[in-house]
Write a protein that binds this ligand. Structure first.
Ligand SMILES: [Zn+2]
Length: 147
């Protein structure tokens, strides 16, 4: 087992700590760094897991990317795709839904596509979620070429 950031070898205890705290294989140094990001931005754990899931298949994404107005959970700038991980789906009010729709509108106007993914999907179906994001990226790339 190696750290997904620096490739440092993880011993059994390091690995168990990493999986217990973040659910991602990281060395102690990178775990601490990630904890700081999470505390600063209130990042859902599933956003971290999706970020590394994408990294594993070679997608260069950014975690907590500042778009000038707010911090995006995950941004893939090459295809102008923003991904927001929703953690409180079942409690959504119409105000929140309208805010989300307005944010989506603003990002579209700036040429960005925003998708929202419920955190439980990432938690239980990470591989499939990554697979579908790859498909979305392909579609976006094709659209960018035709414009
Ligand atoms: Zn590391």
């Amino acid at each position: 087992m190696n750290c997904l950031e620096c490739n440092a070898q993880l011993n059994y205890l390091d690995h168990r700590n990493a999986m217990d705290s973040l659910g991602v294989e990281l060395c102690t140094r990178h775990q601490n760094r990630m904890q700081t990001v999470i505390e600063t931005h209130n990042t859902p754990l599933e956003a971290v897991q999706l970020y590394y899931g994408l990294k594993e298949v070679g997608v260069n994404a950014m975690l907590e990317w500042w778009d000038g107005k707010k911090s995006i959970d995950i941004a893939i700038s090459r295809v102008k795709l923003n991904i927001e991980v929703d953690t409180e789906y079942h409690m959504m009010t119409h105000e929140q839904a309208m805010n989300d729709l307005e944010e989506t509108m603003h990002s579209f106007k700036n040429g960005f596509t925003t998708i929202r993914i419920p955190h439980i999907l990432i938690r239980h179906y990470l591989k499939e979620t990554v697979h579908n994001i790859l498909g979305i990226m392909q579609g976006l790339k094709a659209n960018i070429k035709t414009i």
